[in-house]
Design a binder for this molecule. Structure first.
Ligand code: T46
Length: 133
């Protein structure tokens, strides 16, 4: 899986809208966990870590957020500007989530259950880990 944005079909009618995330193209891994992030204070930054093995799909189901992915050489920021977009995140990317709009809710599908040993929370350790290949 390469990092990048994929489109989420939104089915809208006068009663609202339904976003559908299904199929191997949108979710290229077996989902073992779902979690969401909400109530983020203005100006707060989340993330600031990498995963050794975890694959994820991140969706701003309400509001918007910017997600920076850094492979240790190049960093790119993805604007999750609404529920019509999902960001696929392979293992090995330092991620930083910032500029949450007030009231935003960010949903995450993940390929593994929570495991703190999968996290790299120190940037220098991350650089050493990526350079080891
Ligand atoms: C990621 C970004 C996008 C758990 O106990 N279980 C869980 O499934 C998760 C996700 C977190 N936690 C605990 C661990 C910490 O004590 O919740 C606390 C906050 O977690 P963290 O500081 O890692 O939260 P974020 O928002 O910085 O990162 C989270 C995910 O952890 C991470 O995998 O990629 O969202």
């Amino acid at each position: 899986m390469q990092p990048g944005l994929v489109d989420i079909p939104l089915l809208s009618d006068p009663l609202g809208s339904i976003g559908v995330v299904e199929g191997d193209d949108l979710i290229p891994f077996e989902v073992k966990r779902f979690y969401f992030i909400r109530d983020v204070p203005a100006g707060a930054t989340r993330g600031s870590h990498a995963h050794r093995n975890l694959e994820q799909l991140i969706v701003a189901v309400s509001g918007s957020v910017d997600v920076e992915l850094d492979d240790g050489v190049t960093a790119k920021t993805y604007a999750l500007s609404g529920p019509h977009l999902a960001l696929q995140v392979p293992p090995g990317y330092w991620r930083t989530l910032r500029d949450f709009t007030p009231g935003s809710v960010v949903a995450v599908l993940a390929s593994r259950e929570y495991d703190e040993t999968d996290y790299i929370r120190d940037y220098d350790e991350f650089l050493s880990w990526t350079r080891r290949g």
